[in-house]
Design a protein around this ligand. Structure first.
Ligand code: LLP
Length: 408
């Protein structure tokens, strides 16, 4: 991303030219940024036996999956649909781990037919899986009694969470796997999403590693995803080198005690794709009320739900006028609900300072590569936007804009 002559360029293509070519609204991803993030994290983990399972739910565009397959990534899938897409993108079955929750027998059967290792987070579900596929290998998801994340909805550890088997249920787990002659080859946790302070992540690691010592046949320990990226200009990037070293050191110590070098696995989603993505939209309206000046754009929470759903801050740029004098403004979407506002902060709707906005300007909503398109819907029956990958002055469409007929 760069500014040239007051205009925003993504992958060395101007945002305005992209809208001209592909229409608006439009999701745009910088290919090089995705590759850079993947390798930054991989290189930060100095422990040699490591695997990154890209959490496909962050962005399942098949072309993005293919890029990550080329880099050597594995896949964290949460649905048969994500398994299907990953296989279509070229991932072999042994590179996919299925971490469902409240998984149906049909979903388990899909995994069994496709030779996918399942990661199970409930005793009851181990029993159901054991009946369907006795004498097989499984992984288990532990709730380490520690949770973290950017919003309550995204905290997946601790007593309020529906995920994982509580870490103190070791005897029950052992009995259950014995009953169906299952072999536990992996142990897993994922404490939440959007973590920029790693202390809880490291604490949860200790709990999981202590639990792991109770199981003799492990091949891997998977500490889940959750690594955050800054959304607000005030937030800082996590020191990924330091984080990688801390987890590697802990894991080295564990392996020495365990007597075997296991695989260290992580499941990053947001960290890989969030910053590569921009949602571009056109300004179609400007108006004022006694409280605010509004800029209305031709997309809404149907296309990017994070601000409306979590109150998430997403930085916004005026791609058509990057450096002009600033005005205070609220950026609102075109969905018929008052909560459809993109400028949200901790206390709900808030004004931002943006370089002067006029009708037909293109606004760029940043950090939209993760949980953007993948959480989009057809609410208000609006069509889903197109997606485009940009790289070194080239752009290619990776998902066509929906047509009216697709709505039927
Ligand atoms: N592994 C498991 C088992 C997960 O449930 C998740 C995310 C991840 C890995 C990847 O987490 P990440 O590295 O992306 O933080 N829609 C929310 C995020 C929900 C995350 C759900 N699970 C948002 O937009 O913030």
């Amino acid at each position: 991303m760069e500014t040239i002559n007051n205009k925003l360029f993504l992958g060395s293509v101007s945002a305005e030219a992209l809208i001209e070519k592909f229409g608006s609204p439009l999701y745009v991803y910088e290919e090089d940024k995705i590759i850079e993030q993947y390798n930054k994290l991989k290189d930060a983990i100095v422990y040699p036996k490591k695997k990154l399972y890209y959490a496909a739910k962050a962005n399942t565009n098949i072309e993005i999956l293919k890029l990550l397959n080329n880099e050597g990534s594995c896949i964290d899938a949460v649905s048969p649909e994500e398994i299907y897409l990953s296989k279509k993108a070229g991932f072999s079955s042994e590179k996919i781990l299925f971490t469902g929750n409240n998984t149906s027998k049909e979903d388990f059967k899909y995994c069994i037919e496709n030779d996918i290792l399942v990661n199970i987070g409930s005793l009851d579900q181990i029993e159901q899986y054991g009946k369907l596929n006795p004498n097989s290998k499984i992984s288990i998801r532990i709730n380490p009694d520690v949770g973290a994340g950017h919003h309550d909805h995204c905290i997946t550890g601790g007593p309020n969470s529906k995920f994982g088997i509580y870490f103190n249920k070791i005897d029950e787990i052992k009995q259950m796997v014995k009953k169906y002659n299952l072999m536990i080859v992996g142990i897993h946790e994922h404490i939440g999403s959007g973590i920029l302070d790693t202390s809880k992540f490291l604490l949860a690691m200790d709990v999981l590693l202590k639990t792991a010592k109770e199981f003799d046949n492990l091949e891997f320990v998977d500490f889940g995803g959750g690594i955050g990226v800054p959304y607000h200009p005030k937030e800082k990037q996590l020191d990924i080198a330091e984080f990688g070293k801390s987890i590697s050191d802990k894991f080295n110590d564990f392996c020495r005690d365990y007597g075997k070098e296991l695989y260290l696995c992580l499941e990053p989603g947001r960290y890989i794709v969030a910053e590569s993505g921009f949602l571009l939209a056109k300004v179609v309206n400007k108006k004022s009320t006694p409280n605010y000046v509004f800029a209305g754009i031709n997309t809404g929470f149907n296309h990017l739900i994070r601000p409306a759903m979590y109150g998430s801050y997403h930085h916004i740029l005026n791609a058509s006028n990057m450096e002009d004098e600033e005005e205070k403004i609220v950026v609102a979407g075109n969905v018929c609900e008052s909560g459809d506002v993109f400028t949200q902060g901790e206390n709900g709707i808030e004004e931002r300072s943006l370089p002067k906005i006029k009708i037909d300007d293109i606004l760029a909503i940043m950090q939209a590569g993760a949980y953007g398109f993948s959480m989009a819907s057809n609410y208000n029956s609006r069509r889903l936007p197109a997606e485009v990958l940009v790289k070194q002055g080239e752009s290619r469409i990776i998902r066509k804009r929906q047509k009216f007929e697709d709505l039927i």
